[in-house]
Design a protein around this ligand. Sequence first.
Ligand code: UD1
Ligand code: UDP
Length: 363
Amino acid sequence: MKIVTVAGTRPQLVKVASVSRELRKYATEVLVNTGQHYDYRMAGVFFEELQIPKPDYDLGIGSASHGKQTGEMLMAIEEVLIKESPDAVLVYGDTNSTIAGALAASKLHLPVIHVEAGLRSFNKTMPEEINRIITDHVSSLLFSPTGAAIDNLRQENITENVIETGDVMYDAVLYNIGIAEEKYQLEAFGVKEKKYILATIHRAENTDSEERLSAIFRAFAALDDDVILPLHPRTKNKLREFGLEHLLVNAANIKAIEPVSYLEMLLLEKNASTIVTDSGGVQKEAYFARVPCLTVRPETEWVETVEAGCNMLVDPVKEDLSVVIKNFRPKSFEVQLYGDGKAAQKIAKETMMYLERKTALSG
Ligand code: UD1
Ligand code: UDP
C-alpha cells in the first residue's frame, strides 16, 4: 500500500513524527512537505530532532493570503498525487496544508484519512474551523482523539469509518520527554524550576487585534514572575506592525526568545509553574505535564481539559489576565483524557485494515 502524507506546519510535524514511525512498518509512505512553515526554528529543527524522514516532495509554498497559500498548495499537491497514484492521502489537524491535501485528494477520488477528526470550536470566524469541517466531510477514514470529537461528527451525520484513537500528541510526549531531559538543561533558559510562566501566543484572533495583543503583553509585564515567551513569527511581526515592541523591551520579567525546538518546549512546559497559551497543542501538553493552563481564547476545541478544571479560558480585554494567572488553581490531573499513548499504532493498524477491506471489495 502507498500512502501520501501531506503536512507543513510545526504542530503537524510533531504528529507526523509519531505516526510515520508506525505507518512505515506496514506501508510505503510518501511524505509531502508543503513548506507552510519554513524558518529553521519552525520546521527544520523538528525534522532533525524528531528524526522525521526526509520529505519526498518539498513544495516550498511558504506564506501568503489564505486563498493564495491554499490554492498554490492545492495545485502542487494535485500534481504529486497524479504522479504517485497512492491508495490514500493522510492529513493532520486543521491548517491550510490540511485542507489543501484533503481537497486535492478528494477531487481525484482518493480516500482521505484525517487524523484529529471531529474537533470543533463552533466559531466559523477561525480559518481552522472551516478547514476542519471541510476536511472531515471529504474524509473516508476519520481518526478522532476523543469521544467528544466523535459526538461532534455524529451531529454532522458523519458516522462511518470513525475511530477513537487517543491523541498522537500524547504519544509524542511520552516518546520524547526523557530524550528532552537528557539533551537540554533548564538553566540554559535562565529560569528556575516552577518559578516561571511559559507563554505562547500566535492565533490570528489575538495577534491581529491591537487591543487584544497589547492587553496580553501588558498583563505579562504586570506579573512578578519571569515569563518565557517563545515568539511565533506571526506575533513578532504584528508586535512590530502595531508599534508594541516596547511592551517586551521595557518589561524586565519578559524573556522573549526565538521559537524553541520541540524537545526544548517539552522541558520548558514540564518545569513551568503555569502555561498561558492560545495554542491547541500546548493546551494538551500542559495537561500531560500536569501544569495549570490558561487559554487566551473565547473557546477551545480541547474541552476536556477545561471540564477537568485544569485549563481555563480567559478574555484578556474583559478580564485582568495577570490577576487570573496569579489566582488560578487547577483541579486534579488524574483522569487520562487523551488515550493511552498508543494512538499512532492504532492509526497505522486501522489504516491498513481499512485499505485492505477496500481493496478486497473492489477486487
Ligand atoms: C498556522 C495555522 C494554525 C496553526 C499554526 C501553528 C492556518 C490557517 N493556520 O498558523 O492553525 O495553529 O500554523 O503554528 O493554517 N511565518 C514566518 N516563518 C514561518 C512561518 C510563518 O515568518 O516559518 C510568518 C509569516 O509572516 C506568515 C505568518 O507567520 O504570514 C503566519 O504563518 P501561517 O502559516 O500563514 O499561519 P500561522 O499563524 O503560522
Ligand atoms: N512548540 C514548539 N516550540 C515553540 C512553540 C510550540 O516546539 O516555540 C510545539 C508545541 O510543543 C506543540 C506544537 O509546537 O507540540 C504546537 O504548535 P502551535 O502552537 O504552533 O500550533 P497549534 O497546536 O495551536 O496548532
